[in-house]
Design a protein around this ligand. Structure first.
Ligand code: NAD
Ligand code: UDX
Length: 463
């Protein structure tokens, strides 16, 4: 089947950038991204392309090129489903906050709603693509909902997980390590796979497009995230041992990364990984393993999360200890709130948990992040429900100028690795601070020797 119309349900961090790149690379295909969130769709349609709701380097240029040509953002979900030959489901699949599997399993209610809506609206055969990250065997449930509509429409379900990382989404989408497409082994299933392969083949080399059965594809996504997060927890575990022994975790990471079997990537010790995926997907994996009675498998992967929580807590404890065991009424400047550089996403950012711990100790937090609004900072803290919103507002202030954020602070915590932090006038920052002036570098990005020569007391991770 030659594809001319695609729809994507969910205009978030995955749906938006992924569809923008498909539209750019396939001008012959009309791509419509739909979402229930009117504010988000309005922002995607904002005349000023710099106001699109997701910050990703290079994304606004692509949206500017394709929007209105063959890329459309809309709240009219039904129309888009009706017209499309391929429907991507790219809605959120957060950790369940209620009922069975609370705190572990993926909440599939948004997925099921999409499946029911597609079943209700579709009048001709459709290919439905799981773009969201889903537990292995979810396609079975989607298929069951779709096949029981009784209106004779044939559906093929494909799994096509997304491997982009935020902050590098555009380059990841333009030059993916691989595209994974899982489908049914039947003739119809193979035809559906080929239709999606043909879409990606517009810019992805054939040898990077991998096809598998549906279950392998679904499970590969959870496995990839578990392996990546495991490397970070492994190096973070070593960072604590380094601090006790005089070894330097940066040197250890470099030494082991030169072993071609280990490789240099994802070995950066940090205050702990954040983001919307790693924790959610590993918890989901743990839940799935437990549900099959595989307790050793579940315990093995759960340790990655336990280590990450420990690393965050260890960082805030160390700050309090170093600051003479009290941070009450002290101003602590946070450089960075996003979970990594080059994104405005703050989901599960380590900064939120460090702030929460320090507010418990009655610190005054001054936040500067180049892309995160003060409203978002407070919303993130309120979401934890540790204390009232008024109390959070009383203890946290956001600044649009980093030097103001650091002025008269007792300490600075670097919590995101934004490049601009490295280029700051650190002498000026030092001059404006309370003495002794401390820097807790949760990303190991600053030049320790230079800062110490200015007079800072510097503490990195793992050295
Ligand atoms: P997101 O929260 O940014 O976006 C999801 C969007 O779906 C929201 O805007 C929401 O309003 C919309 N939505 C929910 N239900 C809907 C419905 N019934 N109809 C229309 N719109 C609906 O989430 P995201 O970060 O884009 O993640 C989406 C999926 O992709 C998740 O399963 C996630 O695990 C996976 N994923 C995310 C990343 C990432 O880096 N963020 C990477 C790979 C995979
Ligand atoms: C991740 C996966 O990388 C991506 O393939 C998947 O599609 C979605 O989940 P993302 O969470 O966007 O992507 O960013 P990633 O670069 O993986 O970073 C996640 C967290 O780990 C960040 O907080 C980052 O700062 C941290 N990290 C990463 C480290 O602490 N050390 C590292 O060496 C690498």
């Amino acid at each position: 089947m030659s594809i001319t119309k695609i729809c994507c349900i969910g205009a978030g961090y995955v749906g938006g950038p992924t569809m923008a790149v498909i539209a750019q690379k396939c001008p012959h295909i009309q791509v419509t991204v739909v979402d229930l969130n009117e504010e988000r769709i309005a922002a995607w349609n904002d005349e000023n392309v710099d106001n699109i709701p997701i910050y990703e380097p290079g994304l606004s240029d692509i949206v500017a090129e394709a929007r209105g040509r063959n890329l459309f953002f809309s709240t009219n979900v039904e129309k888009a489903i009706d017209e499309a030959q391929i429907i991507f489901i790219s809605v959120n699949t957060p950790t369940k906050t209620y009922g069975k599997g609370k705190g572990m399993a993926a909440d599939l209610k948004y997925i099921e709603l999409c499946a029911r809506q597609i079943a209700r609206i579709a009048k001709d055969n459709k290919i439905v693509v799981e773009k969201s990250t889903l537990p292995v065997r979810t396609a079975e449930a989607i298929k069951s909902i779709l096949d029981n509509t009784g209106n004779g429409v044939q559906f093929q379900i494909l799994s096509n997980p997304e491997f982009l990382a935020e902050g590098t989404a555009v380059t990841d989408l333009l030059n993916p390590d691989r595209i994974l497409i899982g489908g049914d082994t039947s003739v119809e299933g193979q035809k559906a796979i080929q239709s999606l392969v043909d879409v990606y083949a517009n810019w992805v080399p054939a040898d990077k497009i991998l096809t598998t059965n549906v279950w392998s594809s679904e499970l590969s996504k959870l496995t990839a995230n578990a392996f990546l997060a495991q490397r970070i927890s492994s190096v973070n575990a070593m960072s604590e041992l380094c601090e006790k022994t005089g070894a330097d975790v940066n040197e250890v990471a470099r030494a082991i990364g030169m072993d071609s079997r280990i490789g240099p990537k994802f070995l950066k010790a940090s205050v702990g990984f954040g983001g919307s995926c790693f924790q959610k997907d590993i918890l989901n994996l743990v839940y799935i393993a437990k549900s099959y009675g595989l307790n050793e498998v579940a315990d093995y992967w759960e340790q990655v999360i336990i280590m990450n929580d420990h690393q965050k807590r260890r960082f805030s404890n160390k700050m309090v200890q170093t600051l003479y065991n009290t941070v009450a009424d002290k101003k602590i400047a946070f450089l960075g709130w996003a979970f990594k550089k080059d994104t405005n996403d703050t989901r599960e950012s380590a900064a939120i948990y460090i702030a929460d711990d320090l507010i418990n100790e009655q610190a005054q937090i001054a936040v500067y992040d180049p892309k995160v609004s003060s409203r978002k900072v407070l919303a993130d803290l309120d979401y934890l429900e540790t204390r009232t919103s008024e109390k959070n507002s009383a203890n946290v202030t956001s600044f649009s100028d980093p030097y103001e954020a650091c002025a008269s602070a007792h300490a600075i915590a670097v919590l995101t690795e934004w490049d601009e932090f490295i280029a700051y006038d650190w002498q000026k920052i030092y001059d404006g601070m309370q003495k002794p002036a401390f820097v807790f570098d949760g990303r190991n990005i600053l030049n320790r020797v230079a800062l110490e020569s200015i007079g800072f007391i510097y503490q990195g991770i793992g050295s």
